[in-house]
Write a protein that binds this ligand. Structure first.
Ligand SMILES: [Zn+2]
Length: 272
């Protein structure tokens, strides 16, 4: 395989690979004396590889996992790092009957995924599969968003997040997903782009998440209500306060303020 060469989009000079961060798609150009974005590349898959990959994806989507896995193995034999084929294999090994190596799926997102350099078509397919397998992939929502937040341009990022995250948020059985790290990732995305569906889902989750005392008027559980306030309600406020678009900030941070007032009033009443 020919060595990849990245060129500066401003002056056309080749980047010194020592100055290139392919994960963040950014390179330092010694001629421009500035950091420049590295454009994404289209795939140059051979016809054989592409045919096996298409077949693997179609079989996977139709639930024919053992055949999908076999086709994905063929892809790997031609291109070891293919992110889509590796996803199919780790998913099949983790969740289909013959294997049950859930660790492999975890490894995919925790160890390999952050370093992937994705061709345009490969990334698109991978995103489709992540969305199609949301019931499993939502466990790694934080890792997934972190990767694309770093890797994507704002518009691509917004399109993916608003397709993937709202249903994840709706399905959360408790508030444990809202770690400080998750809050920061949502916050960073809110500074970069518009994700109205995700913001709406976060707003609704304050009222509907089963852990929220607003969902079942359980403010008499004082300790829990105070914990939910700190570890969930305030974190959502923090995210909304980082929304950069002024109209969206007014709308969502304003709506948050109203919920916060109701919450605090009910909490004070329960404590009196
Ligand atoms: Zn340059």
């Amino acid at each position: 395989m020919a060595e990849l060469i990245y060129t500066c989009p401003s002056c056309g000079a080749d980047f010194d690979m020592a100055n290139v961060d392919t994960k963040k798609r950014i390179g330092y150009c010694i001629f421009c004396r500035a950091y420049r974005p590295i454009p994404k590349k289209h795939s140059n898959n051979s016809a054989d590889l592409q045919a096996s990959l298409d077949e693997a994806v179609n079989l996977f989507k139709s639930g024919n996992f053992s055949s999908a896995r076999r086709c994905a193995e063929t892809v790997i034999s031609l291109s070891k790092k293919n992110a889509v084929a590796n996803y199919i294999i780790s998913f099949c090994d983790a969740f289909t009957e013959s294997f049950k190596e859930t660790k492999k799926y975890e490894d995919y997102f925790l160890r390999r995924f952050p370093d992937f350099e994705l061709e345009i078509e490969e990334e698109e397919l991978l995103k489709q599969l992540i969305i199609a397998t949301r019931n499993r992939s939502m466990e790694f929502e934080c890792e997934i968003l972190k990767k694309f937040c770093e890797y994507d341009d704002p518009e691509e990022l917004a399109a993916f997040v608003d397709k993937f995250s709202p249903a994840c948020i709706q399905k959360r059985p408790d508030i444990s997903f809202m770690s400080e790290e998750m809050m920061n990732v949502y916050g960073e995305i809110s500074e970069k782009c518009l994700i109205p569906q995700t913001w709406l889902a976060l707003y609704n989750s304050m009222l509907k998440n089963p852990d929220s005392p607003l969902s079942n008027d359980s403010f008499y559980l004082k300790t829990k209500s105070e914990r939910v306030y700190k570890e969930f309600i305030l974190r959502i406020g923090n995210i909304f306060n980082r929304i950069k678009d002024p109209a969206s900030h007014t709308k969502f941070f304003g709506a948050f303020g109203k919920v916060q007032t109701v919450y605090e009033t009910k909490l004070a009443k329960a404590n009196s």
